[in-house]
Design a protein around this ligand. Sequence first.
Ligand SMILES: [Zn+2]
Length: 306
Amino acid sequence: MKPVRMSYKLLRYSGLPFLFREVLFRKGVRIIMFHDPGPEAMDRILEYLKERYTIITLDDFLSGRPTPPKALIITLDDGHKGNAALVPVFREHGVRPTIFLCAGLLDTKRHYWFLHEPVHGRAESLKSLPNKERLSQLASMGFDPEKEYEDRHALNAEEIRMMKEVVDLGSHGLLHPCLPTCTDQEAWNEIVASKELLEQHHGIRVNTFAFPNGDYCARDLDLVREAGYIAALTVDYGFNEPGTDPFRLKRLSVDDSGDLDALSVKVSGVWTLFRVVMGKQRISRLVNKVAQVPEHGSASTRAQGI
Ligand SMILES: [Zn+2]
């Protein structure tokens, strides 16, 4: 068993997820983030979560009405075409998630830059570059953000029409750059123009925004307010409560795999807290020590998408 998976199992049965869920953060509202889980994984995930948490909608929380104990909100980022296959699962479980769409990819055959084949695996090093430099490096790898490729990455208009009955939709920008790397005009396009495109061209009611990669700066917070959104979601660590700034809602990134050990540890907030408190390097050393494998053998703890 890989060291990280072994750590999930040890932590799951350590009692910490139970302590976080039932005692320490019983009143907190957890928002969790997936990307492109398959229907079988999502079925397993929802079965697990419904036994332990009360799943509410993002709108429920934003309405200001009192939330139940152990409230949990499900979100999915990017608008991957695979999300359409989740509709029967959400319907069967009576769960209404929010999916954040990249408006510039919706109903096109454009590719997510970080999943395009020559780029995939090298995205991490490109994320923090100034946007112009990132685009220039992507071009040198043969990637064109506006090209219509053979295969489709994102949901199309027909799928969105079908999904609107079962899911809520928000904006994840146009083409998924990390906003703090953008110029003012680029950030305006991502935040303001994406809302207009979704509402006017696709007829989607949009009042929430999810920052790509969870990254934002003071300018981006001003833009989401000015654009008329009522809330924005980050990947800042923690749990939400009625007084939480609605433009900096906290979220926990969760694996798409449906591995219940990882799910238990991540949704409870235990894993991220460990990472925040201990730092990635130290946790990697700890994981390897527990598993008694050489340090260079550690598996990645990164989320599967951005
Ligand atoms: Zn994303």
